[in-house]
Design a protein around this ligand. Structure first.
Ligand code: ADP
Ligand code: MG
Length: 716
């Protein structure tokens, strides 16, 4: 009998070679194999009769091979196969498919799946490049048995593996074998109360039916993964992930933290630094943060606010609470430019009040670094602003009280955890408490992602922009109209405004047909705008130069800044009102939105001009279209998630996306919400709802989803 934990090699038909191929699909155990779900199903119970097919429909057809052959046209070889059912015939074509030449024999039974088309010349129906499966030799008897898995039922279709060496058909058989030999008493893992509330089917039933649906099953539910069997398996996976996150959150909350005092003196200090009236949203969020900080447990809070919503000042206020209580604050930014910028605003806003602020970035001279580290270790530095350099081993804090991580989407969970440990280690016996952590992000994270990615954090949202902002006008134009665009830029500059011009690459060699920042900088500064002051900023400049350019732009000593996406996050120059993005079709949606967020920060009307050069893909069209249509970061994020899928959503794997076996964060949003609620309910309920086994399983699930994204991450 097979258990879910049995290695796949013990399933009949799987040798070491096949096991290796399965390993590439993360299939190591029988459980993994059984959770390798079909990506679609074919209705071979009611396959379509050839005579009744209509042009334009997707159809499964089962028929007999009549003849096949390769013929060559001037452009390419085409493989043609004719399939028959009685007197009806259907033609299938594959382009450039010499490899199919000896594949089929007349008389074979074959299943085809594809889009039916009507030949424009003779009106005959055909399927171009259908997916196919040879079901057997209808003449010989030996395949009769096999065929019973392949026809006369709803058949599961699996993604093949090992470059096609392991086919859908193979999976079908081996999964069937595994199911037949599976131990009859699979343990139920979901707490009884939850199972009853949601009327979930048993694990055994779910596994059988998800692979081998019964004849009466709704075909639509199958294709959309919404049968009771699917729901059970998907819910289970999400439930244990959420349970793990929820437990982690509770563990963190149970730790000893610092109970900051928030008396009149501290309140006055917070108010004193404000250069403007905070928005209602800023007040609300600060209240949430302050409440957390006063509790004797560590704060773990995510502050989410669209670009320009004013997160910085809120984080400074939180910093003051910690500093006034005698603690140190670390503020980490993802780029040097951003760290610099925070440093300047911190000095502008906080230094008058007498706070001691230092900047620690990787590019500083070693001597200088050493000196700053000494200030940090001695406690004379109160607000420490930096990049990843703050994560370096040698940085020790005298009294870490609060860690602020800005623009979190650039950091992985890995780094986030490392930082927390780091500041923990920096503490000594007299200060064993865990510091508070405030994570800030401008990426409007769709709720589903926030729940999984940041499920261990509490969430605050800045959902209001500071007053006086006029919405940004976004237009797209083809780059053969660049003369008009430059005219417009010139007019804006004449009004005293500043302009960003962004390119997808730094130097030409990188991608031939793309305009590059360096070359266009020359063109723009020497020809188009030779009378204006134009600067250049990209990632390969050394940081002193970067710094200098940024500062000149900030002081309006440069009117036009030609840049790459280094300016994407955080840069704040309210006088800049135009953002021109060349080859806008090449950028991701989130990136375009971030770039656009660099303008519209002052009272003057701002313009985002998306220039396209060359062919725009269909997906590119949708991105540009979304940008023109809306300024709403959440809408853009939802669409971005749909277009790119969760893995790519943040641009890198590093972002810490958990990966799931059966769940999909896009398709299963509602189930995720449900899982979240149920997990919280279970933990809040009486102890007997959740056993120790379930707890360890939840932690294991959490560890696994994170491990697959990262390698090793210590959680729980
Ligand atoms: P982000 O949330 O993108 O980090 P910032 O903190 O950089 O946004 O703030 C964007 C701009 O808005 C800054 O110039 C900041 O000084 C300004 N700002 C923030 N809050 C307010 C407010 N309540 N009233 C007026 N201006 C504000
Ligand atoms: Mg910011």
């Amino acid at each position: 009998m097979l258990e879910l934990t049995t290695p796949v090699q013990y399933v009949k038909g799987i040798g070491p070679k096949l096991a290796d191929i399965l390993a590439t699909k993360n299939i190591a155990t029988v459980g993994d194999l059984l959770h390798y779900l079909p990506f679609r199903y074919e209705d071979r119970l009611n396959p379509r009769g050839i005579a009744e097919l209509r042009g334009g429909e997707m159809a499964t057809v089962i028929g007999e091979v009549r003849n096949s052959g390769l013929f060559r046209t001037r452009r390419m070889p085409i493989f043609q196969l004719t399939v028959g059912q009685g007197r009806s015939r259907l033609r299938c074509l594959w382009f450039n498919a010499t490899y199919l030449q000896d594949k089929f024999k007349p008389g074979q039974l074959i299943a085809l799946y594809g889009k039916v088309e009507q030949d424009s010349r003779n009106g005959e129906l055909q399927i171009i490049q259908p997916q196919y499966e040879v079901l057997g030799d209808s003449a010989s008897g030996e395949d009769k048995n096999v065929a019973s898995l392949e026809v006369g039922r709803i058949v599961p279709i699996y993604e093949s593996a090992g470059q096609g060496r392991v086919t859908s058909r193979w999976f079908r058989r081996v999964i069937r074998t595994a199911l037949e030999n599976l131990t009859p008493d699979l343990p139920e893992t979901i707490p009884a109360a939850v199972r009853q509330r949601l009327a979930l089917v048993s694990p055994r039933e779910a596994l059988w039916k998800v692979h081998w649906p019964e004849a009466g099953e709704s075909f639509e539910d199958l294709q959309s993964s919404r049968t009771p069997a699917h729901v059970r398996l998907i819910f289970e996976e999400l439930f244990f992930t959420e349970l793990g996150l929820e437990m982690k959150k509770r563990q963190q909350k149970a730790q000893t933290g610092i109970a900051f005092r928030l008396d009149e003196r501290v309140r006055a200090a917070i108010k004193k630094i404000l250069p403007f009236h905070p928005t209602a949203a800023q007040k609300k969020v600060l209240r949430e943060i302050a409440e957390d900080m006063q509790k004797p447990h560590p704060m773990r809070r995510l502050l989410q606010g669209d670009v320009g919503s004013g997160k910085t000042i809120v984080s400074f206020q939180a910093a003051i609470i910690a500093i006034e209580n005698g603690y140190q604050v670390a503020l980490m930014a993802p780029t040097e430019i951003l760290a610099q910028q925070h440093y300047f605003s911190a000095r502008r806003i906080l230094e008058n009040a007498g706070y001691r602020i230092v900047l620690l970035t990787g590019s500083l001279e070693n001597d200088r670094k050493r000196e700053i580290r000494r200030h940090i270790a001695q406690g004379s530095a109160q607000l420490i602003i930096g990049t990843h350099a703050l994560l370096e081993e040698k940085v020790e804090f005298a009294r870490p009280g609060l860690v602020i991580v800005d623009e979190q989407h650039r950091f992985g969970v890995l780094q986030r955890l490392k930082l927390m440990q780091k500041s923990g280690e920096g503490s000594d016996e007299t200060n064993p408490a865990e510091p508070d952590v405030l994570v800030m992000t401008a990426t409007p994270i769709p709720r589903t992602l926030a729940l999984t990615l940041y499920g261990d954090l509490d969430l605050s949202v800045l959902d209001e922009l500071p007053p006086g902002r006029t919405p940004i006008v976004t237009r797209r134009v083809s780059d053969d109209r660049s003369a008009e665009v430059w005219d417009f830029v010139r007019k804006q500059v004449a009004k005293g405004h500043q302009v960003y011009v962004v390119y997808p690459v730094i130097a030409e060699q990188e991608e031939r047909e793309l305009k590059a920042a360096i070359k266009m900088y020359r063109e723009l500064s020497e020809k188009v705008f030779s009378d204006l002051k134009v600067g250049l900023l990209h990632g390969r400049l050394d940081s002193e130069l970067k710094d200098q350019v940024m500062r000149m732009f900030q002081k309006c000593e440069l009117q036009i800044l030609v840049a790459t996406t280094v300016i994407e996050v955080g840069v704040d120059v309210p006088n800049a009102t135009v953002m021109v993005i060349e080859h806008a079709e090449r950028f991701g949606l989130a990136q375009l939105h971030q770039l656009r967020g660099r303008i519209g920060r002052g009272a003057a009307k701002s313009f985002c001009i998306l220039m396209t050069g060359g062919k725009v893909t269909e997906e590119g069209e949708r991105r540009l279209d979304a940008m023109v249509r809306t300024n709403d970061g959440f809408q853009i994020a939802e669409l971005d998630l749909e277009l790119r899928g969760p893995g790519e959503f943040f641009g890198t794997r590093q972002a810490g996306m958990p990966s799931f076996h059966v769940a999909s964060l896009i398709r299963d949003r509602q189930l995720l919400e449900l899982a979240r609620r149920e997990a919280a309910a279970v933990l809040a309920g009486p102890n007997d709802e959740i056993s120790q086994i379930e707890i360890s399983r939840a932690l294991a699930a959490l560890r696994m989803t994170w491990q697959q994204s990262y390698g090793l991450v210590e959680v729980g």
